[in-house]
Every structure is written in C-alpha cells, then in structure tokens.
Design a protein around this ligand. Structure first.
Ligand code: NAP
Length: 252
C-alpha cells in the first residue's frame, strides 16, 4: 500500500518509524524544507512544495498513492487545506493527526491574539524584553514594534530582510526542559513571551516556566486547519492505514 505522510512534526517522525518497520506499506515522508538539516528518517523522503493543489493531485496520481496522512504542524494550515482538496478530487483517503492544543491553567497569564502582527501590537509602547518562540517565519511582524528588545529562539537563522533592530537569535532545537527554560528566562530578564499554541510536550516547558516565574504569555491562536479523518496519534494512524491496506476487511 502506497502512503504519503505530510510531515515536519514529532508525530510524523514517529509514524515514519512505524511505517518503516511494516512491510505492508511503501511510504514516503514529505517535508516542507523549512530546515536545511532535517533529522534523518527511516523512510524515503521528498523535500519541498508540490505546487499547490494541482501539484499535489499530480503527485498522488503519478505515485498511485493509496492513502495520505497529514501530520503537519498545527500552524501549517495551507498544506492541510491543499491536502483536503487534493484527496477529495482524487478519492484518496486522508487521515489527519491532530495534536491537542495546550490548555490554560489557573496560574497562567495568557493573552490570546490572532496572529504575529497582533502579538507585536499587544506588547504595547513601553520597551520590554521579549522572548519570541514562534519559529522564524513570522519574526518580521515585530519590526513594527522596534522599541522592544527581542530574543528569538529558532531552529535555523531567519532569512527575512525586515527584522526588528534589537533582535538576538538563539539557535536551538527542542525538546527543552523546565529548569533550563526558567534559567534562560531569568538570566535574560525576560518580561513577556510570545508563543504559538503548538501543543505536545517538546516545547511546553517554556509555558510551565512562565507559570513558575509569573510571566505573561502572548499566545498566537491556531489557524483554522481543515482535516480528513481525525487521528490522535501515530499509533491510531497506523491502525487507520491497516484498515485500508489490501487484505484487511475494509481494504480494497
Ligand atoms: P503552510 O503554510 O501550511 O505551507 C506552505 C506551503 O509549503 C504549502 O502550500 C506547500 O507548498 C509547502 N509545504 C508545507 N508543508 C509541506 C510538506 N510537509 N511537504 C511538502 N510541502 C509542504 O506551512 P509552512 O509555511 O511550512 O508553515 C506554516 C507555519 O507552521 C509556520 O508558522 C511554521 O512556524 C509552522 N511550522 C511548520 C513546520 C513544517 O515542517 N512545515 C514545522 C513546525 C512549525 P505547495 O503549495 O507548493 O505544495
């Protein structure tokens, strides 16, 4: 059974490992190419966009794909929109691993905003020391609030031309633990954190550290992201694929 996994997440890597160990599947992992040195994967990997819905339809037909699992990041809404459209037009079953968002706890001080531009505006006029933990693609939004000092943690160095003037980059890849997050926030005298609600455990420690240190978090809300059949984790995705494999009761 030929499977396409849309990846870029911990769940996609875990599913790649499960698929690689199961001879019933011939799977390909697709990455957007946001990191130049992605972790080695046990599956055949392709990198870069398909060329919109039309490109993805072409790819699905050419490779005779039997099922797609969308395991993209909760903020990668465009890829999921394309996957829903392309799978509908080609009649290819689509399963989507949906990672639950973090829930606000009693001691959390969160302000929820719709996007990075709104996060920059929400920082206010008074100069602050801001920890940006939202990836590198949205950093340019903070150029509109140059009065603040920013520490941005990214996996790769940003490429945008228009960045805020007082920006330092800390290149690091999770998972991070609570003690080192609390130390970083204290050492850097951070006043406020800007974060996406990524969910999962790999980057949750900064939210716990913010709670411990009584720091506010400006939380960028998740985008609307369409999905196929909802799956909660890689194991569920495997079971869903097994149900569709030739030889299973539901297989065709
Ligand atoms: P996006 O806005 O959903 O996708 C933009 C385009 O990138 C897609 O239309 C597609 O190009 C290509 N693309 C995305 N994921 C792909 C995949 N798995 N395989 C092949 N092509 C893919 O996603 P994004 O621009 O990558 O990221 C949006 C947000 O998600 C950012 O805020 C980022 O911080 C966050 N995020 C993304 C990833 C990731 O691995 N992509 C990981 C962590 C966080 P075509 O239309 O040409 O097919």
């Amino acid at each position: 059974m030929r499977v396409l996994v849309l990846g870029g997440t911990t769940e996609a890597s875990a599913l790649a490992k499960l698929l690689a160990g199961d001879a019933r599947f011939n799977a390909t992992l697709s990455l957007a190419g946001r990191t130049s040195n992605p972790k080695a994967q046990p599956l055949a990997t392709r990198v870069g966009g398909f060329g919109g819905v039309a490109g993805l339809i072409h790819w699905l037909r050419e490779k005779k794909v039997d099922a797609v699992v969308d395991a993209t990041h909760p903020y990668a809404a465009q890829m999921s929109t394309n996957a829903v459209a392309a799978c509908a037009q080609t009649d290819v079953p689509l399963g989507s691993i949906v990672r639950p968002p973090w829930q606000r706890q009693e001691d959390d001080s969160w302000r929820i905003v719709p996007n990075a531009e709104a996060a920059a505006a929400a920082l206010g006029k008074t100069p602050l020391r801001v920890f940006l933990s939202l990836g590198r693609q949205d950093l340019h939004a903070f150029a509109s609030a140059p009065q603040h000092r920013y520490l941005a943690r990214t996996i790769e160095a940003p490429e945008q031309a228009a960045l805020p003037p007082n920006l330092r980059i800390l290149q690091a890849r999770g998972p991070f633990d609570r003690d080192s997050e609390a130390k970083l926030l204290s050492d850097q005298e951070i006043d406020v954190i800007v974060s996406k609600n990524s969910g999962g455990t790999a980057t949750y420690a900064k939210i716990e550290a913010a709670r411990e240190l009584d720091l506010p978090v400006i939380m960028i809300a998740r985008p609307d992201k369409p999905a196929g059949h909802i799956l909660h984790n890689p194991e569920e995705a495997m079971a869903w694929l097994h149900d569709r494999a030739p030889g299973s009761l539901r297989g065709v």
